[in-house]
Every structure is written in structure tokens, then in C-alpha cells.
Design a protein around this ligand. Structure first.
Ligand code: PGA
Length: 256
């Protein structure tokens, strides 16, 4: 069976509503075929609602970049799972390193968010990854194992295949410096082992993220362990993003 890739665009704090509209028009014009890969757009909250209208009859999914674990209440600036699902949003990025590093998000917070997303019917895109110091100290695999074990505490084994995992080495995010194929292969195998040790062996999707662009995606597609990509910078440019999708589609056809 053909591998089904997942290509998620993390727009971070970029693009106004008008800019999003221009992007989607360009994206639709450039894309010659509807991709077999699952494409997920994760714009900022304000644009998310508008994008839902814009992509109404499209095969593309929408994801938020965050959520709160409580249902409602006095949490200024936060968004609940129900607000997302009732607005037609199906996915949510959880534990992105920018949330962890810049906004103090802990493994415990990540775990509560994962549980809330799952119980609300949202698909979590759970991000994990090591710093450069971790890598230099040979701690990468331990850091990944800890982030996973803590982030997945009390998550039922049966729910693990509902989660999309994203390995994002922090030193490769937005730096133009992507990880080497051997490093990605090793990290993804570790992620897979941890998930398998909790009890699920099939339908595990592990994306790679960190300076993915049209000029390096081909090499990344040749890594068997990679099930797709979480893309920041390169997803902001319609031509770049379409090129990444097209190369993925060509790779799938070639593999067949
Ligand atoms: P980047 O970001 O593609 O710009 O490196 C990836 C991410 O942060 O998800």
C-alpha cells in the first residue's frame, strides 16, 4: 500500500487574513493535482476561522497552534478545545518548542493538552525535540524519551495512533540547518520504540520538522522513518510549499 504522507504548515505568528487569502489563491493555482498526502494548514487563531470558510470544499485540514486544557473559564488569551471543534478545526499543534521555550510550557502542560485534545476529538500534533546542548551532551534520545513518556502519561494505548508525532530538533528550527538523515532516522526510531513500548505498533505517524524546504525535501523523503513534515518558514511561500507537496507526490508515485 502507498505510504500516506502528512504535510503540515505551521504559520506561527504570520499572515493576516488578506495575506492568507492571497496565499490560498496562489496555492490552488499552482497545485495541478489534488495531493494524496494529507495537507494541514495551521494559521494563527484569527485567521483559522476565516480559512475554514476559504477551504470549505477543499480536502485540506485545519489545525490550531495551541489550546487550553480547561473547558472554559477565566483564562485570558486562551482557546478551548470546544471552541476549536465547533469551528470546524480538526488538528492542534501541542508542545511546539517555541511554546516550551518562550512561553514556559512544561511536559505536564503538554500532557494535559494532549489529553484534552484527544477527549475532544481533536488530532494532536505532538512536538518533541532536543536542544543543541542536549545533542552535544549525547542526551538527545533520553530527552526524546522523557518528553514522550511525560507528554503521554495517562493516554490510553488505543489513543496513540490518533496522535501525529513531530520530531523537531530545536537547533534546526528556522535556522536553515536541517538535521542529517542518520540523526533523523535514529530519532524517529527512538520515538517509534517508545510508542511501541506503550502498546501500539501500527498507524504511527512521525513527521520531521526543522528547516524543511523544496531544496532538501527529496533527501528527507528517502528516509523510510519519515511519514511527513511539519514546515514553518517554507510553508509561508506558496511556491515553496507547493513544490514540497509536488515532490512528495512524485516520490509516492515512484515508490509504487
Ligand atoms: P522551520 O519551522 O520549518 O521554519 O524550521 C518548523 C517548525 O517550527 O515547525
Amino acid at each position: 500500500m502507498n505510504k500516506k504522507y502528512i504535510i503540515a504548515a505551521n504559520w506561527k505568528m504570520n499572515k493576516t487574513i488578506d495575506e492568507s487569502k492571497i496565499f490560498i489563491e496562489k496555492f490552488n493555482n499552482l497545485l495541478l493535482e489534488i495531493p494524496t498526502s494529507k495537507v494541514i494548514f495551521c494559521p494563527p487563531f484569527l485567521t483559522l476561522f476565516y480559512m475554514n470558510e476559504l477551504l470549505k470544499n477543499s480536502p485540506y485540514d485545519l489545525g490550531a497552534q495551541n489550546l487550553h486544557w480547561e473547558e472554559s473559564g477565566a483564562y485570558t488569551g486562551e482557546i478551548s478545545a470546544t471552541m476549536l471543534t465547533s469551528s470546524g478545526i480538526s488538528h492542534v499543534i501541542i508542545g511546539h518548542s517555541e511554546r516550551r521555550q518562550l512561553f514556559g510550557e512544561t511536559d505536564k502542560n503538554v500532557n494535559m493538552k494532549v489529553q484534552k485534545a484527544l477527549s475532544s476529538g481533536l488530532t494532536p500534533i505532538l512536538c518533541i525535540g532536543e536542544t543543541l546542548v542536549d545533542r552535544k551532551n549525547n542526551d538527545t534520545l533520553t530527552v526524546l524519551e522523557n518528553q514522550l513518556n511525560n507528554g503521554l502519561e495517562n493516554v490510553a494505548a488505543g489513543d496513540l495512533s490518533k496522535i501525529i508525532f513531530a520530531y523537531e530538533p530545536i537547533w534546526a528550527i528556522g535556522t536553515g540547518e536541517r538535521a542529517e538523515p542518520e540523526q533523523i532516522d535514529e530519532a524517529h526510531k527512538t520515538v517509534r520504540n517508545v510508542i511501541e513500548s506503550i502498546g501500539v505498533k501500527e498507524n504511527i505517524s512521525i513527521l520531521y520538522g526543522g528547516s524543511v524546504k523544496s531544496s532538501n525535501v527529496n533527501e528527507l523523503l528517502n528516509i523510510n522513518e519519515v511519514d511527513g513534515f511539519l514546515i514553518g518558514g517554507a510553508s509561508l511561500d506558496a511556491e515553496e510549499f507547493v513544490s514540497i507537496i509536488n515532490q512528495t507526490e512524485t516520490h509516492i508515485k515512484k515508490d509504487n
